[in-house]
Design a protein around this ligand. Structure first.
Ligand SMILES: Nc1nc2c(ncn2[C@@H]2O[C@H](COP(=O)(O)OP(=O)(O)OP(=O)(O)O)[C@@H](O)[C@H]2O)c(=O)[nH]1
Ligand SMILES: [Mg+2]
Length: 407
């Protein structure tokens, strides 16, 4: 007899990865849990202490920024089709000693809708497939039995997803739990029982189910956060996000290190949380598609306030602020006038200290917060300012009878 041998380690890993993916494929067959949720928490760094612990399991190398970018999708064209309605049945009651039992064909069930639902656990549109078909209703059957209706197919999308059809915005799923019926299921057909009338006691007519609605939708993700960081490459945006939150975006001394938005959570007393988004650097001329272009600014469009991060160690740092504001204006008029703070980073460098008085003189003392993301100097001042901005935002929203966004 051959003794049982333990599986080699590599096979175990392969098996485990298969086990990890298999349920997400099967869920497509079940109503209610239909999405192949790629629940990888690495899709977007979320700086919640517990989350980050799960993000990088010990012994596993974190994914490089380049690989992470492949998982971050902020556009998607989706073809959605509602489920078809089931057909009605044409048949007659048949029973011993009951010759003319009458029509008893049941109606077909309605097709299931396809519904987009904003889910906070989903961080990018990468888990959204290119097409979805709703569940069809069952056909009607004998004895007036109606067919079962098709279950609703829920497609989970990130909070902040815009739904467009033919260039027009048809829905904005900006709050967790928001839903949008992307495609209606077809109505079920009628069985011949439905056509029973005084002048027609034995109808044989029955109707087929209607096909489900078919639409081509464009999904566009606009990250939702309280504060958005904008700055030139290498200004230290990612370093700052690392310093104030538990998010772990890559930091390096070359430009365009960050290739996808990151959201970090800054915890405050009383379980208050403030979401801060770090987006790729923009450069002068970005509106002419220089650097990474301005496409990423869509991720700060919804931010309630902005952090202009400038490198204080460079000569004439105020020109960075002017250039950033100019690029923002080119992207969307009025964007640069949103509530903001100017963060003068790299205060630890000697030349930076020399530039500070000039910057403050040009932009105003109150507006500039000089700090060092590297040494942590003066970070509290930024945290306090963020809190003040957040509180005034909450007050304004409540004043207008709206629920403020909370992460
Ligand atoms: N001395 C000093 N260096 C800093 C400070 N903050 C960031 N750096 C350095 O500046 C370089 C760029 O930092 P990042 O945080 O990657 O800059 P970024 O703005 O995110 O850059 P992109 O992602 O390319 O847009 C890194 O080498 C950091 O170590 C600081 O406060 N002081
Ligand atoms: Mg960065």
């Amino acid at each position: 007899m051959i003794p049982a041998r333990p599986l080699p380690e590599r096979s175990c890993t392969v098996l485990k990865s298969l086990m990890k993916w298999a349920p997400s494929t099967w869920t497509g067959l079940e109503p209610g849990r239909l999405l192949p949720l790629q629940g990888s928490s690495r899709l977007l760094s979320v700086g919640c202490a517990d989350h980050t612990k799960h993000q990088e399991p010990s012994g596993k190398k974190p994914l490089s920024e380049k690989k992470l970018k492949r998982h971050f999708v902020d556009h998607r064209r989706v073809l959605v089709r509602g489920g078809n309605g089931g057909s009605g049945m044409s048949c007659f009651h048949s029973e011993p000693r009951k010759e003319f039992g009458g029509p008893d064909g049941g109606d077909g069930g309605n097709g299931g809708h396809v519904i987009l639902r904003a889910d906070q656990q989903i961080k990018s549109l990468s888990s959204v497939l290119s097409q979805y078909r709703g569940f069809s209703g069952e056909d009607g059957s004998r004895k007036n039995c109606s067919g079962r209706g098709g279950a609703v197919l829920y497609v989970q999308v990130p909070v902040g997803t815009l739904v467009k059809e033919g260039g027009e915005i048809v829905a904005d799923l900006s709050h967790p739990g928001d839903e949008y019926v992307a495609a209606l299921g077809g109505a079920g057909g009628k069985g011949n029982r439905f056509f029973l009338a005084n002048d027609n006691r034995a109808p044989i007519t029955c109707t087929p189910g209607q096909p489900g609605q078919e639409r081509v939708l464009y999904l566009e993700l606009k990250t939702v956060a309280h504060a958005g960081m904008v700055g030139f490459p290498n200004a230290g945006k990612s370093s700052l996000l690392r310093a104030i939150s538990n998010a772990k975006p890559t930091v390096a001394s070359y430009p365009f290190t960050t290739l996808k938005p990151h959201v970090g959570i800054v915890p405050y007393a009383g379980h208050q949380q403030l979401a801060v988004a770090d987006i790729p650097g923009i450069i002068r001329g970005a509106h002419q598609n220089k650097g990474l272009g301005l496409g990423f600014l869509r991720h700060i469009e919804r931010c309630r306030f902005l952090l202009f991060v400038v490198d204080l160690s460079l000569p004439e740092p105020w020109t960075q602020v002017d250039d950033l504001k100019y690029e923002l204006e080119k992207y969307e008029e009025g964007l640069s006038e949103r509530a903001h703070v100017i963060v003068a980073n790299k205060l630890d460098l000697p030349q930076a200290r020399a530039h500070l008085p000039q910057l403050q003189a040009r932009l105003g003392l109150a507006e500039v917060i000089a700090l060092s993301a590297l040494t942590g100097e003066n970070l509290e001042q930024l945290l306090l300012r963020l809190k003040v901005l957040h509180d005034s935002y909450v007050e304004a929203e409540l004043g207008q009878g709206r629920q403020p966004f909370s992460w």
